[in-house]
Design a protein around this ligand. Structure first.
Ligand SMILES: NC(=[NH2+])NCCC[C@H](N)C(=O)O
Ligand SMILES: [Mn+2]
Ligand SMILES: [Mn+2]
Length: 299
């Protein structure tokens, strides 16, 4: 399939507790994203960075303790959702560059504006906390709950706007979940594949199952790739690293299966933090994996 990819930078860290993730889009571009995607055979246009609320006054601890900077997150979400849905309407596959994982609310809402979508969420974390269950108050631990309208998020318009149903959401690579969050995931209709599932069944089966969940009855799939899905040995430049993640080979294989499925509607790369990185290797890895997800092959 001919694909045109529109890069949308979302340089924000309002959902995270670690400064620096707002520089993710620059680091990923500097790592050669556009060239790498061109080598995958897609045509690329970089729309630059979206405007994000001003930084000079940014205090990472400001706002409600339960959901820090929710106001700013909402602003970024709205801007990104509009950019994503416009790109789709114009025939592009939107690729959002985070920024922290709270941007996924905007990607999903935008991707779902004119379609029923499923989601595959590659992440060490469940990102299914709500303001009442979150131990940190960081909204990047909440985007799945937000888009599904769980708990406090029922009162927001995000779930209505996304129309997302938990039956079409699959998490892959889970290994660090908060206690109440774990119970909530178990009680939900989300399909969660933990690292143990990958150990036991292999990345191919697990990824294909996840894609089946997300494509079942939907028009397309949003692929959300949190770089902390990978083992910190491969991806040290993230704010919330967790040992025991996907290997370099597993990650490429999973992304190649995403490409093979032909189901990708929208895409995002999140949580790259250049301040915590070593020689930009996490950003470089992000560009490589994006290319695999968009069809790049060894031969
Ligand atoms: N997108 C992420 N890196 N999320 C990390 C979330 C960590 C933890 N579960 C929290 O709620 O704070
Ligand atoms: Mn994560
Ligand atoms: Mn995440």
């Amino acid at each position: 399939m001919e694909r045109n990819v529109k890069i949308l930078g979302a340089p924000t860290d309002y959902g995270a507790n670690r400064r620096g993730v707002d520089m993710g889009p620059s680091a990923i571009r500097y790592a050669g994203l556009a060239d790498e995607l061109t080598s995958a055979g897609v045509s690329v246009e970089d729309a630059g960075d979206l405007s994000v609320p001003h930084h000079a006054t940014h205090d990472p601890d400001a706002g409600s303790d339960n959901a820090k900077h929710l106001h700013e997150v909402r602003e970024v979400t709205t801007t990104l959702a509009d950019a994503v849905s416009t790109a789709l309407a114009d025939g592009w596959t939107p690729l959002a560059l985070g920024g922290d994982h709270s941007i996924a609310i905007g990607s999903m809402v935008g991707s779902a504006r004119d379609a029923d979508i499923g989601v595959v969420w590659f992440d060490a974390h469940g990102d299914y906390n709500t303001p009442e269950t979150s131990p940190s108050g960081n909204v990047h631990g909440m985007p799945l709950a937000a888009a599904l309208g769980v708990g406090d998020f029922e009162a927001t318009d995000w779930a209505n706007a996304s129309g997302l149903s938990a039956e079409n959401v699959a998490i892959v690579g889970l290994r660090d979940v908060d206690k109440t969050e774990a119970a909530a995931i178990r009680d939900s209709d989300i399909t969660a594949f933990t690292m143990s599932d990958i150990d036991e069944r292999g990345i191919v089966e697990v990824t294909n199952d996840a894609l089946d969940v997300a494509t079942d009855g939907t028009d397309g799939v949003h692929i959300s790739l949190d770089l902390d899905w990978l083992d910190p040995r491969e991806a040290p430049g993230v704010g919330t690293p967790v040992r025991g993640g996907a290997t370099y080979r597993e990650a490429h294989e999973a992304m190649e299966l995403v490409a093979e499925s032909g189901a990708m509607r929208s895409f995002e790369l999140v949580e790259v933090n250049p301040i915590l990185d070593q020689h930009n290797e996490t950003a470089e890895l992000a560009t490589e994996l994006a290319a695999s997800a968009l069809g790049k092959r060894i031969l």
